[in-house]
Design a protein around this ligand. Structure first.
Ligand SMILES: Cc1cc2nc3c(=O)[nH]c(=O)nc-3n(C[C@H](O)[C@H](O)[C@H](O)COP(=O)(O)OP(=O)(O)OC[C@H]3O[C@@H](n4cnc5c(N)ncnc54)[C@H](O)[C@@H]3O)c2cc1C
Length: 389
C-alpha cells in the first residue's frame, strides 16, 4: 500500500490555508448549523469556477489542470473549518457513476457542467417504504416516446432544495424479480411536477421528502441500461461508501485533548493529568487513526483502478461506529458541558454537535447491520443471512 498521496498533500497545506483565508467566510459555519443545509452555493460555484472540482478528471469531460492533491488539501481545509460539501459529495458520486456506465451524450451533457459547479446532483434512492432494501423501490417510470414519465416519492433526498438534478432509482418493469426491473434516471428538480418538503433530523441536518408527479426525463438522461439499474447501483454505492474525504486539521479527539491540557478536573488539576482520562483519549485517538488508515486504503484501491466495495463498507462501518464510541466517552468526560451548544460549550459546541450527529451516521449511506453483512458475506465468506429477494 502506498501513502505517497498523503505525503504530497503536505506541500499544499500552506496554499490551501491561504485559499480558505481568502475565500471562506466564517459566517458560513453558523449558517450551516442554523439551516442544517450542508451545502454552500457560493462556495460550490467558486470551487467550480476555479477548476478545483475538475482537478484530476479526464480533460475531455471538463477536467482541469489543477493539481488533485492541491484540490484535496483545499477540500480538507474547508472541512477543518467546519463546513460540509454534501452537494459536491453526491454530485461527484453520480458523475463518477456516469463516467462508468452512461452514454457519451449523457457524459458530455452532465459531467463538464458538474465540474464547473453548475450542475448539483442529489441521490434519490430511499423511499418511504424502502431504505436498506434499496432494490425494493416502487417509484414508477414509464416510457413515452423519447421520454420517461416518473411518478412516486422519495424520502431523505438530502440537499434537493439546493440542487439542479436528482439521480432517481425507478421501477421500469414490474414483471420480473425486484433487482431486475430497475432503471436510473437523472431528473431535473425544477420540473413543475417536483415538490420538495423539508425534513429536519436529530443531527441538525435538513434533508427532504420529495414527490414526483408526471415528471418528464429525456431518455438521453437514462444512466445505464433499461432494467439494468441494479448494476448501476452497485457502482454508485461503491462511490458513496468509499470516497468521502476526511477533513484535514486537528480531529475532535485532538481538540479535546488540547482542551483537557488546561481545563481543570474535579481536583482542580488539568483533566489530562488524570491517567484514566489520558487512556480514554488515547483509545479514541487509535480509533481515529484506524479510520484514517482504512480511508487511505479505500483511496489507494480506487487510485489503482479498483472498486473499493468491501474496503468502503469496512471504513464506513468503523468510522461511524467509532464516532459513537467517541461521543459516549467525550460526554462522560465533559459531563453537562458536552450538552452546551455553540459558544456556550467547549470547542464552540463541537462535542454537542457531534453528539447529535453520531446516531445518524450509522444509518445513512448504508446502516451498520447492512455493512456488517457485506463484510461477513463478501470478505469472510460467511453464508447469506437474509433471503435472496
Ligand atoms: C440524515 C440522512 C440523510 C440521508 N440522505 C439520503 C439521500 O440523500 N438520499 C437517499 O436516497 N437516502 C438518504 N438517506 C437514507 C438512508 O440511506 C436510509 O435511511 C438507510 O439506507 C436506512 O434505510 P431506512 O431508514 O429505511 O431504515 P430501514 O432499512 O427500515 O432499517 C431499519 C433498521 O433495520 C435494520 N436492517 C435493515 N435491513 C437489514 C438487514 N438486511 N439485516 C439486518 N438489519 C437490517 C437497519 O440496520 C436499521 O437498524 C438519508 C438518511 C438520513 C438519516
Amino acid at each position: 500500500m502506498d501513502f505517497t498521496e498523503h505525503d504530497s498533500l503536505a506541500e499544499f497545506r500552506k496554499a490551501a490555508t491561504a485559499w480558505a483565508d481568502e475565500h471562506v467566510d466564517p459566517a458560513w459555519v453558523d449558517l450551516e448549523h442554523t439551516t442544517g443545509t450542508h451545502h454552500n452555493p457560493e462556495l460550490h460555484a467558486l470551487l467550480g469556477a476555479q477548476g478545483l472540482l475538475g482537478a484530476g478528471w479526464p480533460a475531455q469531460y471538463g477536467g482541469t489542470d489543477v493539481d488533485p492533491a492541491y484540490a484535496l488539501a483545499v477540500f480538507q481545509e474547508i472541512g477543518a473549518r467546519g463546513l460540509r460539501m454534501d452537494g459536491w459529495v453526491t454530485t461527484e458520486m453520480v458523475a463518477r457513476t456516469i463516467l462508468h456506465v452512461a452514454t457519451e451524450e449523457a457524459k458530455q451533457e452532465i459531467v463538464p457542467a458538474a465540474l464547473r459547479g453548475e450542475v448539483v446532483i442529489v441521490l434519490g434512492y430511499t423511499e418511504p417504504g424502502s431504505g436498506s432494501d434499496v432494490a425494493a423501490a416502487k417509484m414508477r417510470a414509464v416510457r413515452d416516446g423519447d421520454e420517461w414519465v416518473v411518478n412516486g416519492s422519495k424520502m431523505f433526498t438530502s440537499t434537493a432544495h439546493m440542487a439542479t438534478h436528482v439521480f432517481l432509482l425507478t421501477r421500469t418493469n414490474t414483471e420480473v424479480s425486484k433487482h431486475k426491473g430497475l432503471t436510473l434516471l437523472l431528473a431535473r428538480l425544477d420540473d413543475p411536477g417536483v415538490e420538495v418538503q423539508p425534513v429536519h433530523t436529530l443531527g441538525g441536518q435538513r434533508t427532504n421528502a420529495t414527490f414526483y408527479s408526471d415528471v418528464r426525463v429525456p431518455d438521453t438522461l437514462r444512466i445505464g441500461d433499461v432494467d439494468g439499474g441494479w448494476g448501476v447501483m452497485r457502482v454508485a454505492l461503491v462511490h458513496e461508501r468509499g470516497t468521502a474525504t476526511a477533513p484535514g486539521g486537528p480531529t475532535l479527539v485532538e481538540q479535546v485533548a488540547a482542551w483537557a491540557r488546561s481545563a481543570p478536573g474535579a481536583d482542580g488539576a488539568p483533566l489530562l493529568d488524570d491517567p484514566t482520562v489520558a487512556e480514554q483519549l488515547a483509545r479514541l485517538a487509535i480509533d481515529e487513526e484506524v479510520g484514517r488508515l482504512l480511508g487511505l486504503k479505500v483511496r489507494w484501491v480506487a487510485s489503482t483502478g479498483g472498486m473499493p466495495g468491501i474496503e468502503g463498507s469496512m471504513q464506513k462501518l468503523h468510522s461511524s461506529e467509532a464516532e459513537q464510541r467517541r461521543v459516549d466517552v467525550l460526554t462522560d468526560l465533559l459531563g453537562e458541558q458536552a450538552l452546551l451548544a455553540g459558544d456556550a460549550g467547549p470547542l464552540h459546541g463541537a462535542v454537542e454537535w457531534a453528539l447529535r450527529k453520531a446516531p445518524v451516521s450509522t444509518i445513512y449511506g448504508g446502516s451498520s447491520e447492512v455493512m456488517r453483512e457485506i463484510v461477513a458475506e463478501r470478505r469472510l465468506g460467511l453464508p447469506r443471512s437474509r433471503p435472496i429477494g
